[in-house]
Design a protein around this ligand. Sequence first.
Ligand code: LER
Ligand code: MN
Length: 295
Amino acid sequence: MQIAIHNWMRAETLESTLQRISALGYSHLEIQGAPESYDSSQVKELLEKYNIQCWGSVTLMLEERNLLAKDPDQRKRSVEYVLDLAQMVADLGGKVISFVPATVGKIIPDARPEEEWEWAVEGVKEVYEFTEANGLTIGIEPINRFETYFINRGAQALALAEAVGPNCGVCLDTFHMNIEEVDMFETIRQAGSRLVNFHVADNNRLAPGMGKLNWEKIMATLKEIDYDKILSVEFCPPIDRTPANPYPNSIDEAPEGLSPEQLKFLQDHGSTAVTEDFYTMLTQRSIDQLKPYLQ
Ligand code: LER
Ligand code: MN
């Protein structure tokens, strides 16, 4: 088992991220799904410089990105976005795509369930053709009901993966499972060999170990199903603007280089821009908590 970390949770240069995570002992990056803002050859150079491998990428389903959109042109553009992301992962030597099919933050459906399901299968199948041809794997990711009305539980992600193809997998996330699953350990067992990626944060979406989740049991359950790939850290700290904030200097009141879209994406996740120190503390705490399970 090895450890990766996401980078969508903080607006900074890729080099700043790589400097921090390589210094703290991470081996992999799950790069944010922003192919439009990365030059793959420059990214490859930086990854080599800091001895970090690209594990894969996570879709950033913001703005009009939506495989379930009623407008066929919008669906087409959304599939093209994920295909660009997949091409970036292939160029960077990555392995997985954490795939959220619908717009994050959109919790009201536009069309009938049967239509949406058909569009989702159709759209993911187009990306699946590319991933099959390029040695990549799709992990359909269920996320909580306040972020999407479509795929919230492991069983739904498995149903979509099975409808797409035999090598289509699922990506489970401890934060979301804690909200949506009756028994997250049973959900992990049900995923079995289709589990291709595993996102980790605690129940409060702080670093693993900073909440109430049972990491011993989570890791034992992953062992049960022979999952030994990557633990991909994806904390996204809640906002606390009160005197009760246990981390007084956590909120960055004047973030540099944060676009309005990025700020909205953080806010859609109940978070905001945080300070370098607080972010580095969360990055450190995550690997400290998971180190005992890494080989
Ligand atoms: C994606 O991995 C995820 O967990 C979502 O909350 C982000 O949109
Ligand atoms: Mn996730």
